[in-house]
Write a protein that binds this ligand. Structure first.
Ligand SMILES: [Zn+2]
Ligand SMILES: [Zn+2]
Length: 551
């Protein structure tokens, strides 16, 4: 039987973020991207979400490489957690590797080999031949991939847009993509983030123009621009404006400092060193001489902008002589925190410009017409939409069919799905474990852990702690029941309800014999009775902790 190429979807399908696709041919596996997902409201206290990679761990001896399309968090963010169990060489552009290096510095235990690649370079990794194709996006050094195997050629779009006037002049390599299409692509995986947006995305250089107008308009004020640290080209446009308007530049926020430093080192970002000042020294300059480029465009608590807007940033105090520009669109889920920041700034009398008011941001993802161009150039035999929630993947499938593909040649993948490509055929070939792992501080747990359930219950219904001392031989209660509640009862309710609850607990205890009975069962019984008590009176089911102390 002919050997097939297996495509394993470990993340980024049916969801935005946490991108990861593995390719398996014979004895070799390569992994494309290893990104973070972000916790939602159902995961209180969880810092990060990463892929379940148990399948990779099981096959770790066959994993030859991590091939990284670009340096965004949703493509590199889980590397520290994955590399710890699955060590392999990383391939990526210089900027991508600098961003990864930055990240891994916080995880000193992880040592990796990294190979930097240039546009159009081709590397052999086991049975795979991987070609890196330059594409435009909201981070520099971004690639699509052409992956050649004996079973067929796969084109993986990565994240992309078509920018015909990019900041660095490097237009997406449409020529090469067309050539690959002409030679024959068997399977295309193409991103779907903006498939619901009609038309074309705007060029990144249009942001520079809009910013230029704002620099004119707010000539007399200090200017603060919040954006993503990885958007090197946007920051470069700001640096160029600073030169034109003779402003000094201060970077603020940890990732902004780290990334700008890394980008300047490899020449992706250019500015005269004596134009840079420390954020602590901005007050030494006149208002019209200051530009601050900072983190926090998503309203992230703890970010430079969030702290400044709340008046918690010692080195800078914002007021009516300042202009703050938020140069990014809120990622779904962040609208509230962005709003808080904007309101805080307005309260201080600061001028605030955000996305809905001006063209200070453009998307880095291809809109409908750009996606169509990609399909027209690649002309794949089979197609699987990726990077999107189910609704995006479905829209993308419809688009492909509208462009002439046959429905049976398009598949919508689910997390964990394995597809097998053989010459002239693509079929679903089982599935592997896939899902999420939650990173909480330095710990790492799984979704089914009780921790989350407890946190949600605490947040909604509060907690009730019960302490009872008893005599082990007689079973008689010697102290308590003591009852402590938090987040459950209002002051006026406590006076009446706590004595009632105590009586209820004693009644409940009398049904069991404390000398000799199974304490675990008794605790469960009390928990049920206490929950019933509160449900009856308050429609609340608090977390109940019962301490039974025998002596
Ligand atoms: Zn991206
Ligand atoms: Zn992405």
């Amino acid at each position: 039987m002919q050997k097939g190429l297996k495509v394993v979807f470990l993340g980024g399908v049916g969801e935005i973020g946490k991108n990861m696709t593995a390719f398996e041919y014979g004895d070799d596996i390569i992994v494309v991207d290893s990104g973070l997902g972000f916790p939602d409201d159902s995961m209180p206290g969880i810092d990060l979400v990463v892929q379940d990679v148990s399948w990779l761990v099981k096959n770790r001896n066959r994993v030859r490489a991590f091939v990284i399309t670009h340096g965004h968090e949703d493509h590199i963010g889980s590397l520290p957690y994955v590399l710890a169990d699955v060590p392999a060489t990383i391939y990526g552009s210089r900027l991508t590797l600098a961003l990864i290096d930055n990240k891994l510095r916080e995880h000193p235990g992880i040592k990796v080999k990294a190979v930097s690649v240039k546009p159009r370079s081709v590397v052999d990794i086991g049975s795979f031949k991987v070609e890196f194709v330059h594409v435009n996006h909201s981070v520099a050094g971004c690639f699509a991939l052409a992956i050649t195997t004996p079973a067929g050629v796969v084109f993986h779009s990565g994240d992309f847009k078509i920018d015909l006037t990019p900041v660095d002049g490097q237009v997406i390599d449409l020529t090469r993509i067309g050539e690959l299409g002409k030679k024959g692509v068997d399977l295309m995986l193409c991103e779907s983030t903006n498939v619901e947006r009609r038309g074309f995305s705007m060029s990144e250089t249009s942001v520079g123009r809009a910013m230029g107008e704002l620099f004119e308009k707010y000539k007399q004020t200090r200017i603060f621009v919040a954006t993503f640290a990885s958007n090197v080209h946007r920051i470069q446009q700001l640096l160029d404006l600073a030169v034109r308007h003779n402003r000094k530049v201060a970077f603020s926020g940890r990732s902004m400092l780290n990334v700008s430093d890394a980008a300047m080192k490899i020449g992706e970002m250019k500015i005269d060193k004596d134009r840079l000042i420390d954020i602590a020294h901005v007050s030494n300059f006149k208002n019209e001489e200051v530009l601050v480029v900072l983190t926090g465009s998503q309203g992230e608590p703890g970010s430079a902008l969030a702290r400044m807007s709340a008046g918690e940033f010692n080195k800078v105090h914002l007021g009516p002589a300042d202009t703050v520009i938020l140069s990014s669109a809120p990622i779904p889920g962040n609208e509230k925190s962005v709003n808080t920041v904007v309101n805080n700034l307005v309260k201080r009398g600061t001028h605030v410009v955000y996305e809905s008011l001006a063209e200070v941001h453009v998307s880095g993802h291809a809109c409908e017409e750009e996606i169509k161009i990609m399909h027209a150039l690649v002309k794949p035999k089979f197609f699987i939409p990726i990077h999107g929630e189910h609704k995006h993947l479905k829209k993308h499938k419809d688009l492909a069919i509208r462009m002439g593909m046959q429905a049976r040649n398009v598949a919508i993948p689910e997390l964990g799905d394995v597809f097998e490509l053989t010459p002239n055929n693509l079929r679903k070939a089982g599935s592997v474990p896939a899902g999420i792992r939650l990173i909480d501080g330095k710990g790492c747990g799984t979704t089914d852990s009780n921790v989350l359930r407890d946190r949600l219950q605490l947040a909604d219904d509060g907690i009730c702690i019960i302490g009872v001392g008893f005599n082990k031989t007689t079973g008689a209660i010697t102290s308590g029941p003591d009852v402590t509640t938090r987040g459950l009862l209002f002051l006026e309710e406590m006076e009446t309800m706590i004595p009632e609850l105590k009586a209820e607990i004693i009644k409940s205890l009398e049904k069991h014999n404390l000398n000799g009975g199974d304490l675990h069962d008794i605790r469960n019984a009390i928990r049920k009775d206490v929950q019933q008590f509160f449900f009856g009176r308050k429609k609340r089911r608090p977390l109940v902790v019962t301490k039974l102390q025998g002596n």
